[in-house]
Each structure stands twice: as structure tokens, then as C-alpha cells.
Ligand binder design. Structure first.
Ligand code: UTP
Length: 632
């Protein structure tokens, strides 16, 4: 009777509206009644429409309420807030409302860096110093549907010369930054940079297994913190009626809410306050498959420190209409301003509607004046905590229903609210210091997102963003870094022109998995060999040259190259204490890239997905043990 009156508070005729619920009242406890009240109040009676009589499927009904309880607990403001937000956003979507109504776009201010110049080196040094006050957050909850790789994306090798997977590369980079940061400040105390991974039900267990089976890639297990995002309820119509799983009438259909969840999760986990109390100042967010990212991190963190940015978005030069968002300042007629990412398909109409007749067009530099957002963010911890305390971690959301027809009354399939990590600045006050750091694409951005078939269809000149292009980008970046060294030496040591610098052969052009790519010499190094340009400068001296066939692996902090001529494969592993000086000529059959068909099921997927396999014909291996000397 008590339960009956509880539900009657919501609506008098609830029993006829939700007879399935009425006949099961006897098995519900008070918490479940509370949840049922919420659902009825939000017009979700249909969820109980096909419930069996009490005594049948009772366990499943319990599971239903357990799921409702999770969905309610995981959303800021609970399920009611979710449904109400959805109704507003669905109404806006149906009305075709322009989210930028009243806003005038302009180019925000930020820092444009030139790799290798004095400014860049200065920012890198500032960034390394500050790294001991940073926490790193990897968002890795995505399904990776576009890549179609069977395992989690962070387990994929970033390149196959060493076979280092993305997660290993990220962890090793953080460990090296941690050590370099303390060393630079000549501080003897030991700092452990927190390393957070946001997972989801799709990625949590495999991520944990990958870490455990590899001893956390050298990081202390308690330095790695996994936080799991939950999915959100799917919606069947514009009234935000929650969708049931087509295969189970006692289960709500759910889908991912997007990487924006990372903010509410960090807020509710209590980690942010803990970090602030421990003296940390920065939180760096980044994504699962960008093998170049850590080449850009030290300098961009240096920009955050030097410029005092509350929000610093990493960006690359963007061609007009290129399919990446543009970082844009928006100023409203009512005085509001914000600096945010505007998706490429929204930028052109926004510009045209606000007096820019050419829309999204290139400027004098040949690039769009709006830098291309690569979704790596550096936030200053203090202002970040202030903002999340105000918003309770909620982040601006959007909905993207696929309508059946122009009446926009029904959907082709259920939809849900989504949110993006980069939309965090949307709610910031106009006093917030929001900037960006632009670096060359070759240095900073080569994500692995697309499967071979889709990548092969990418129009010529646009990036493939495949496993093939991601790997080639790493070799190219390393070669261009070494070439930069060559240019500097050439300029500064003009009298020693013939001896100076590093000569890198030009790349060959090859087609793998239907994608035309440049193969540069396969020069790779572990983060402990070099994380910054200054590290490379210290370790590579004059007179080195690499043929296009060259493959080199540098694994050890004290390996020095001088007068090395490589035409083949050279692998150097040296323990931390070993100093290895390498010079002279190395020539052997080397390692050759042989085409492999992605449809060939006999190949491991991480190989077929990139369309080539490295055939290891011959190599010179040097093992640097303690007190080992030079190798000629
Ligand atoms: P992507 O845009 O690459 O999406 O995510 P995705 O879900 O991984 O891949 P597709 O679209 O299904 O092919 C960018 C980053 O955000 C993370 C991903 O793991 C990736 O690092 N992400 C995405 C989350 O952490 N959670 C999400 O709900 C979505």
C-alpha cells in the first residue's frame, strides 16, 4: 500500500499507464520504487509495457533496476537531467537551430611554433621543467569502429620496426619526462607523474590485461589509474523515450557518451583535488593512437607555462575545408566570448553567415587562419577545478539523430546524447585564458583511425589516418628532425660544411593497401634516447648519413652517433649506464618492407592492417653493457 501511494505521487493513473510495473510492485524495494518514480515522472511508462507477471523473470527485473540505478548515478543530475537535456537538444535539432546564432567568429590568439628554432627549444625546456607538476590523461574508451581492429587500439604497434605499441610508447614517454624534469631542476626527490586512462566497458578489461601482462611497461602499477566511463541510455524519439535493447525487454539500450565524460569522471573521482594538494598544476589530455604526440608535448606544455594559458589546445596548420575542426574565437552580441573548436562542416556556413563571402578559405600563408584542432588539451589544474566545481563536471552535449524523413519526427535508429572533451571551454567565463599551440603536422599529428579500405578511398592529398600512414609518419618525423640538425650545423659551422650534419636520403614512394605513402629511412628511437630536440642535438654529431634502405633502432640514453654512415640495419640496445659511441660505415642487407594484403587472413591483423611486413634479412646489433665503449 505504501509503495502504491509512493507511485501515485507521480501520477494518479500510473497503474493503467504502466500495468507491467503495477503487477510487479510486490518485488520492488524502496530504492527501486524511487527509480520507478523517476521514470514515470519523465514519461517512461513504456519501459514496463511488456513485463511479465510477478514471479516470472524476477531476476531480470532486478537487473533492469540495477542498470537504471547505474545510469542515474553516472550522469551529473541523474536520469531526469539526462532526459530533460535530451528533450531540449532534440527540439533544437528538429527546429534546425543554429548553435552559433548571434556569434561572430574571429581568429583567436595563440602560439605558432617553428620546430627546432631557439623559441621552440626554449619552450621545450620550460615544458620539461614543468612536467613534474603534470598529470597525463589518456582517453581510451572509444570503440574504434572505423579502424575495425579486433583488439583495443592502444595495443596496436605504433610502428613495426620495434613493435612498440601505443600504450607502451605513452608510458615510456611519461617516465622519461618524469626523470628529465627532476634532473633539469637538479632535484633529488622522486616524482611520479600520475597516468590516468579512461576506459569503457568495451576497453577496460583488455586495457588492464595489456598493462598487467607487460608489467605496466615499467611504470609502477599504482601510478596508473584506470577510470571507466559508462554508456548512456539510447532514445527512440523526440520525446526522449528511452529505448529498450531489441533483444532483451528488461534491458535499456545504451551507447557511448563520448570522450567528454573524462571531465565529469575526473571531477567525481576526487583525483583533481588530490593532485592540487600534491602541488600539481597541469592536466594533459590526449587520445589513443597518435604516435607523434610526445614530440609536441614538451614545447606545448612550455607554452602553457610561459603564456599562463588555462586551456591550451594543440593544433596544426589547417587547409581550408580540411576535415578537422578549426579553433575559433566566438563573440556574441550580448558580450559572451569563447575560444572553442568549431567542426569543419560548421565553420564554413558560420563564416559565410557572418560577412565572410568566401567562407572557409585559405589566407596568405596558403592555410586557413583557423588552426586545426587535434584534440590534445593542456588545462591548468586550479581554474579547471574551479570550473568543474561550478558545473559539477557537466559538459556541453549534442545530439545527432538520423531522421527517417524531413518531418524529423522519427529516427532511423535510436540516438543518444554525446559530449566531447574539447567542448570544455564552452562554459568558461570570458576572462579565462584560452589559447592554442600550432606545430607542424609532420611533428605532431598522425592518428590511426581508419581501416585500409576506407583509407584507400580518401581523396588524394588528404591524410589517410591509417595504420600505414601512422607508421610512415613516425619515420618521416624522425628523419625530418635529424635533417633539421643538418641544416643547423650547416649554417653554424660553415667552415666544416663537408663534415657537418646528418644526411638523410629522400623517401621512396610506394603503395601499401591502396595508399600511396612515402617511405623514409626507418629511424626510430625510444623516448629515453631523446624526447626533445636538444636531446637529439646532444647525441648526434657531424658527418652521419643514412640511405633510404637504412633502419636504425636506438634504445638507451647514452648512445652517441658521430660520422656514422648507415646503409642497412643497425640496432643498438644499451643499458642506462652504458656510453656507446657509434661511428664508421655499416652496410648490410638490412630490413626490407614487403607488401602484404590486408585481406590475407594468415597474417596477424596488426601487420595486414598496414599492408606491409618487415622482412629482416640482415642487421648489425650492438649491445651496450656497463662500461662499454665505442663501436666502429
Ligand atoms: P575517436 O574519434 O577515434 O572515436 O575517439 P572512437 O570511438 O575511438 O573510434 P570510432 O569513431 O568508433 O572509429 C577519439 C579518442 O577518444 C576516445 C577514443 O578512445 C580515442 O582516444 N573515446 C572516444 C573515449 O575515450 N570515449 C568515447 O566514448 C569515445
Amino acid at each position: 500500500m505504501e509503495k502504491l501511494s509512493e507511485l501515485s505521487i507521480v501520477c494518479d493513473n500510473w497503474a493503467s499507464a504502466a500495468p507491467g510495473l503495477a503487477k510487479n510492485l510486490g518485488i520492488l524495494d524502496l530504492d527501486q520504487i524511487e527509480l520507478a518514480k523517476k521514470l514515470l515522472h519523465e514519461g517512461q511508462c513504456h519501459l514496463f509495457a511488456n513485463w511479465a507477471d510477478q514471479g516470472v523473470d524476477d531476476e531480470k527485473k532486478k537487473c533492469f533496476f540495477a542498470q537504471v540505478s547505474r545510469l542515474n548515478g553516472n550522469y551529473p543530475g541523474g536520469l531526469s537531467a539526462y532526459i530533460q537535456n535530451a528533450r531540449h537538444l532534440l527540439a533544437d535539432s528538429k527546429a534546425g537551430k543554429n548553435p552559433f546564432e548571434g556569434f561572430i567568429p574571429s581568429v583567436p590568439s595563440g602560439e605558432v611554433l617553428t620546430f627546432g628554432d631557439d623559441n621552440f627549444v626554449m619552450f621545450e625546456e620550460a615544458g620539461v621543467k614543468e612536467a613534474r607538476k603534470a598529470a597525463f590523461v589518456l582517453v581510451a574508451g572509444g570503440l574504434g569502429e572505423r579502424l575495425g581492429y579486433n583488439r583495443i587500439k592502444v595495443s596496436l604497434p605504433s610502428e613495426t620496426t620495434t613493435g612498440t605499441c601505443f600504450l607502451q610508447h605513452y608510458i615510456e614517454s611519461v617516465l622519461v619526462l618524469q626523470e628529465a624534469s627532476c634532473k633539469l631542476l637538479q632535484e633529488t626527490f622522486h616524482v611520479e607523474i600520475p597516468f590516468v586512462i579512461m576506459t569503457s566497458d568495451d576497453t577496460h578489461i583488455p586495457t588492464l590485461k595489456l598493462l598487467e601482462s607487460n608489467y605496466y611497461f615499467g611504470m609502477k602499477p599504482d601510478q596508473v589509474i584506470l577510470i571507466k566511463q559508462e554508456k548512456v541510455a539510447c532514445l527512440d524519439d523526440n520525446d526522449a523515450r528511452i529505448a529498450l535493447d531489441p533483444t532483451d525487454k528488461y534491458m535499456i539500450q545504451t551507447k557511448p557518451h563520448g570522450h567528454g565524460d573524462v571531465h565529469s569522471l575526473l571531477y567525481s573521482s576526487g583525483l583533481l583535488n588530490k593532485w592540487r594538494d600534491a602541488g600539481l598544476r597541469w592536466v594533459l589530455f590526449y587520445q589513443d593512437t597518435n604516435g607523434l604526440l610526445f614530440k609536441a608535448i614538451p614545447a606545448s606544455l612550455g607554452v602553457s607555462v610561459t603564456k599562463g594559458y588555462h586551456v591550451n589546445s594543440l593544433a596544426v596548420p589547417r587547409k581550408a575545408k580540411e576535415a578537422i575542426g578549426g579553433i575559433t574565437k566566438l563573440t556574441h552580441s550580448d558580450g559572451r566570448t569563447m575560444v572553442i573548436n568549431v567542426e569543419y562542416n560548421q565553420l564554413d556556413p558560420l563564416l559565410r553567415a557572418t560577412g565572410h563571402a568566401d567562407g572557409d578559405a585559405n589566407g596568405e600563408t596558403g592555410y586557413s587562419p583557423f588552426p586545426g584542432n587535434i584534440n590534445q588539451l593542456i588545462l591548468e589544474l586550479g581554474p579547471y577545478i574551479e570550473e568543474l566545481t561550478r558545473t559539477h563536471g557537466a559538459i556541453s552535449e549534442f545530439v545527432n539523430p538520423k531522421y527517417k524523413d524531413s518531418s524529423k519526427t522519427s529516427f532511423k535508429s535510436s540516438t543518444r546524447l554525446e559530449c566531447m572533451m574539447q567542448d570544455y571551454p564552452k562554459t568558461l567565463p570570458s576572462t579565462a585564458r584560452v589559447g592554442f599551440t600550432v606545430m607542424d603536422t609532420w611533428l605532431a599529428y598522425a592518428p590511426v583511425k581508419n581501416n585500409p579500405e576506407d583509407a584507400a578511398k580518401v581523396p588524394k592529398g588528404n591524410p589517410y589516418h591509417s595504420a600505414t600512414s601512422g607508421e610512415m609518419a613516425i619515420y618521416r618525423a624522425n628523419c625530418l628532425i635529424l635533417r633539421k640538425l643538418y641544416l643547423l650545423l650547416e649554417r653554424s659551422e660553415i667552415f666544416f660544411f663537408f663534415l657537418a650534419g646528418v644526411k638523410i636520403a629522400d623517401p621512396a614512394t610506394v603503395v601499401f593497401n591502396g595508399q600511396e605513402v612515402e617511405i623514409w629511412p626507418r629511424i626510430t628511437w625510444k623516448p629515453k634516447w631523446a624526447l626533445t630536440f636538444s636531446d637529439v642535438q646532444k647525441k648526434v654529431k657531424e658527418g652521419c648519413s643514412f640511405s633510404q634502405r637504412a633502419t636504425m633502432v636506438l634504445n638507451g640514453p647514452n648512445i652517441y652517433l658521430q660520422g656514422l654512415s648507415l646503409d642497412g640495419t643497425l640496432i643498438i640496445h644499451a643499458v642506462n649506464e652504458a656510453q656507446v659511441q657509434v661511428s664508421g660505415s655499416v652496410q648490410n642487407k638490412g630490413w626490407v618492407l614487403m607488401p602484404a594484403d590486408y585481406k590475407d587472413k594468415s597474417l596477424p591483423e596488426e601487420i595486414s592492417i598496414r599492408g606491409f611486413v618487415i622482412e629482416k634479412l640482415e642487421q648489425l646489433e650492438i649491445a651496450g653493457r656497463e662500461n662499454s665503449g665505442s663501436s666502429d
